[in-house]
Design a protein around this ligand. Structure first.
Ligand SMILES: NC(=O)c1ccc[n+]([C@@H]2O[C@H](COP(=O)([O-])OP(=O)(O)OC[C@H]3O[C@@H](n4cnc5c(N)ncnc54)[C@H](OP(=O)(O)O)[C@@H]3O)[C@@H](O)[C@H]2O)c1
Length: 323
């Protein structure tokens, strides 16, 4: 059995905990979870301790009771939980502070000395931020996922869309087998890809179009298909592909444009995470998406004016209560 810590148990992290939980139930039909621990914000964790984690899957709701549910690294220190794998599932702008608290806790040299860390987050550049914690790079992997989950309330999550999860292919056979088995039991797909960086870049590219445009126009994803935006969409992609090429990644421009339109079509009725953040006056992840492209482009001396304009416009409204 692999012991897993979910660090930053919000929407995606709590859902991942459900996917990785077993199937042993107590007398009231609730799932008892021993091998997956949650570490998240106090309100959500308290509700889970009191009432269990409620996972709304559409056709049914599962209730999970966790043996380990931490509100701080001190809680983890005080427990005997020793994870083999730590999934980090915070928003990109929370990563730097998380690294600092992790480093200051001293846990990396003791309890988490042998743990493998996996950043399951959107955007790029997260690995570089996380390595500021002085973690051995060999113990750090990344992952992407395209399932959609929202926090419906404290202790409650709702599955909004199914999708594949792809992890970097670099972990031990036992852990891989465990993850594959648990995902498959729950009817979800997981892949361990030797070509991970290219897939991560493709996701970045889709996000670099859909997220800022929906956030600025305040429309659902289907707006990307508007003929008036065709030229803008194509220019964002052309610029991103030029950066990818300079980074040594082979991405075909035509295929990339097709991918963006096909994702926009399939998710036409969805409200992107960036639009949700803007509407709630929260910070967006623009720095790790178009911001990443702008920084890499600068490094390679490539002009990316459309990405730069989207980046600056979203940054100007990021974290503002826009009504
Ligand atoms: N939700 C989705 O459907 C989805 C799909 C694909 C990819 N993703 C990506 O997955 C990542 C996580 O997204 P999410 O939607 O799960 O975000 P989320 O719901 O905001 O969950 C992250 C949780 O971690 C907490 N947190 C932040 N720093 C922490 C720390 N140091 N210690 C403990 N808890 C901490 C946050 O609290 P605060 O809010 O107080 O900071 C929040 O409750 C993002 O990069 C996102 O783009 C999400």
């Amino acid at each position: 059995m692999t012991d897993i810590l979910i660090y930053g148990a919000g929407s995606i992290g709590s859902f991942l905990a459900y996917l990785l939980s077993g199937s042993a139930r107590n007398s009231t039909g609730e799932v008892g979870v021993k091998n997956v621990a949650l570490l998240g914000r106090e309100g959500h964790m308290r509700a889970i301790r009191d009432r269990g984690l409620h996972v709304d899957l559409g056709e049914k709701t599962e209730i999970l009771r966790f043996e380990h549910c931490f509100s701080s690294l001190d809680d983890l220190k005080a427990s005997d939980f020793c994870p083999d794998v730590v999934f980090v599932c915070v928003k990109t702008h929370s990563l730097s502070a998380l690294c600092q608290e992790l480093q200051e806790s001293g846990l990396l040299e003791v309890r988490l000395k042998r743990s493998l860390f996996i950043l399951l987050m959107n955007g790029m550049g997260n690995r570089e931020v996380f390595l500021q914690s002085d973690l051995d790079p060999a113990r750090l992997q990344e992952g992407i996922t395209s399932f959609g989950v929202v926090l419906a309330g404290e202790g409650e999550i709702e599955l909004k869309g199914r999708g594949k999860t792809v992890l970097q292919d670099g972990m031990g056979g036992e852990e891989k087998e465990f993850l594959a088995e648990r995902f498959s039991e729950k009817g979800f797909e997981i892949d361990f890809s030797p070509d991970f960086r290219r897939q991560q870049y493709q996701k970045l590219l889709v996000n670099a179009v859909i997220n800022p445009i929906t956030a600025l126009t305040r429309h659902q994803n289907g707006i990307i298909l508007s003929p008036a935006l065709k030229c803008t969409v194509e220019r964002v992609v052309t610029e991103a592909v030029a950066v990818a090429t300079a980074e040594g990644l082979a991405i075909q421009e035509e295929a990339a444009v097709e991918l963006v339109f096909s994702v926009a079509e399939k998710t036409a009725a969805n409200t992107s995470s960036m639009l949700q953040d803007v509407l709630r006056g929260r910070r967006t992840e623009i720095e790790a998406i178009n911001g990443y492209l702008v920084r890499q482009a600068e490094k390679h001396g490539i002009a990316v004016p459309v990405n730069e304009a989207l980046f600056e416009m979203v940054k100007s409204i990021s974290g503002l209560q826009t009504g």
